[in-house]
Design a binder for this molecule. Structure first.
Ligand code: ACM
Length: 541
């Protein structure tokens, strides 16, 4: 087999941009590669795309590949650059992005902005993979970003060194048509019970983005800690951020650090949803400013794990001045549309005081330009249909929200809580709601759960509470592999999901997880694929 380097001119690229790739007639001496038969539909993509049509040949990703993007469309160049960075990390190939002259070009990945009505969903994308080109069409940079995760997932871990004179990573050819079932696909991290560093949060974001998550909800405050700088109330972090469960030093994000997390998530087309939990779960705030306290006791720093003992003084105007300042400062640096007010387990707030509080805080959130999310208890209040109920425990409360026309985020604790133990042998986690083995996490249907109509469902979120975990390895043990399954539950339609099929694709995530140094729980239900970087080896280093 011989390989001849060839030349792809700028005019040829123009043809590409007009999507006349097939009919383009630029003279080009092609190298002939005899790819072994491939099957795009058998690739280990998670979440599984809507439609995959294989054409059984190969696209050669190698040192003669370049990426071109619609340059005038907002964010497309950045998506191309992100893909190039990830290709470099996986294969060590430097793939140029939007370079003018590349004499040795053989194959092109073209990330194209398209106004096709078939791509009307913001996150929809289509991939056309042939021997010469991968054309990724999307209406928005967000859609293109989801599409490049699919490309990353179908680049093999290892190259084939016998097809040509150089190393080739063979990508199977065919067509993929894809868009998400639900618009909200989130994870939550509790940084209040134990604090997690900016670096830890970024690593989690990077892993979630690979599986097409688009939201990370940060539970920023609780009885045990206040984790976000509020400039107008500085003691919140100075006092309330000084400890955590178990009595360690705690910590908090400065507003600059929080903005850094937001920017990192934004580069991955993910939103950060800030949560300030109130009127219960507020001990850390009340220790910092006792005037806020409404439980009649002198607040003290708390390092335990019980819930339901704290409350704000919901009939004091000072409390609403405080809430207004906190929401204003956070809303000003949070680009997403949502603000989560918590609202769960306010067991020592009288019911009518709780309702009064939620209704008044909803107005504050709206005044600062955000849409309120609250745990399902908020469904008891007379709130707006634009507010969102976060279903975790009470079907009654969630259905009350449905009656008001509200959207629901599905996080039933029995199925979707990442801090629930896998089984009685799990090293970390709790089991007050259930044990959630890897198959149980995957095999329920958010589409028809406890009578919540699908038309009300905004999406699915997998919360990770941190009473029992205090570092990234412990986080990864509880989150992975289950968080991977939740990505498929929220992206992929019910007809396209199947545990037997999923568990093979999941087994094949091991090389990626190992390469990313993710200390996942090696569930015995999965026949994990071996890779050259097993996390056990890394642990020994
Ligand atoms: C919750 O688990 N208290 C929302």
């Amino acid at each position: 087999m011989t390989m001849t380097k060839s030349y792809l001119s700028r005019s040829f690229l123009l043809c590409l941009s007009l999507i006349t790739f097939i009919t383009c007639t630029v003279e080009k001496e092609k190298r002939i590669i005899n790819f072994p038969e491939t099957d795009l539909s058998a690739e280990n993509m998670i979440p599984k795309p809507l439609k995959v049509i294989p054409t059984h040949s190969g696209f050669a990703l190698d040192e003669f590949t370049a990426i071109y993007t619609s340059e005038s469309a907002t964010g497309f160049t950045e998506v191309g650059e992100f893909l190039a960075k990830k290709i470099k990390a996986k294969t060590d190939i430097d793939v140029p992005v939007n370079m003018n002259e590349i004499p040795d070009l053989e194959t092109v990945i073209y990330i194209n902005q398209s106004d096709s009505t078939k791509l009307a969903d913001t996150e929809a994308y289509q991939l056309y993979i042939s021997q010469d080109s991968i054309i990724l069409n999307a209406n928005t940079a967000e859609g293109a970003f989801r599409g490049i995760q699919t490309i990353r997932q179908i680049i093999p871990e290892t190259s084939n060194d016998t097809l040509a004179d150089n190393k080739i990573w063979t990508i199977p050819t065919g067509k993929i048509i894809d868009n998400p079932q639900f618009e909200y696909r989130g994870a939550m991290l509790d940084v209040a019970r134990h604090f997690f560093s900016v670096e830890d949060v970024k690593k989690y974001i990077d892993l979630l983005a690979y599986y097409k998550y688009n939201a990370l909800h940060l539970h920023l405050t609780d009885d045990q800690g206040w984790r976000i700088e509020i400039k107008s109330w500085p003691l919140l972090t100075e006092v309330g951020g000084s400890t955590e469960v178990g009595g360690e030093a705690g910590g908090f994000y400065t507003q600059e650090e929080y903005k850094d997390i937001i920017a990192y998530a934004g580069e991955r087309h993910m939103l950060i949803i800030p949560e300030i939990d109130m009127p219960g779960h507020t001990n850390a705030a009340s220790v910092s400013y006792p005037i806020l306290n409404g439980n009649g006791k002198t607040p003290q720093l708390y390092e335990g794990t019980e819930v339901g003992k704290s409350t704000f003084a919901t009939r004091k105007d000072t409390v609403y001045a405080f809430v207004d300042d906190v929401v204003r400062e956070i809303a000003a640096i949070t680009p997403g549309p949502y603000f989560h007010i918590g609202g769960d387990e306010s067991h020592v707030t009288k019911k009518n005081d709780y309702i009064y509080f939620v209704e008044r805080v909803e107005k504050i959130v709206q005044k600062h330009g955000k849409r309120m999310i609250g745990w399902d208890e908020i469904g008891q209040a007379a709130i707006d249909s634009t507010s969102i109920s976060h279903f975790w425990a009470s079907q009654k409360n969630a259905l009350a929200a449905v009656d008001k026309g509200m959207k629901i985020i599905m996080s039933p604790a029995k199925k979707a809580y990442l801090d629930m133990q896998y089984d009685s042998l799990s090293k970390h986690g709790l089991h007050w709601a259930a044990y959630i083995p890897t198959d149980t996490a995957y095999t329920w249907s958010p589409e028809n759960y406890e009578g919540i109509p699908i038309k009300n469902i905004l999406g699915v979120e997998a919360p990770l509470w941190s009473e029992t975990i205090s570092n990234i390895e412990e986080l990864e043990y509880l989150a992975f592999p289950r968080a991977i399954g939740y990505s498929e539950l929220s992206w992929t339609t019910q007809e396209n999901r199947d545990w037997e099929n999923y568990k093979v694709r999941l087994a094949n995530q091991a090389p990626f997880l190992d390469r990313m140094n993710v200390k996942y729980y090696p569930s015995p239900l999965i026949d994990w694929k071996k890779s050259k970087y097993t996390y056990r080896e890394i642990e020994k280093d």
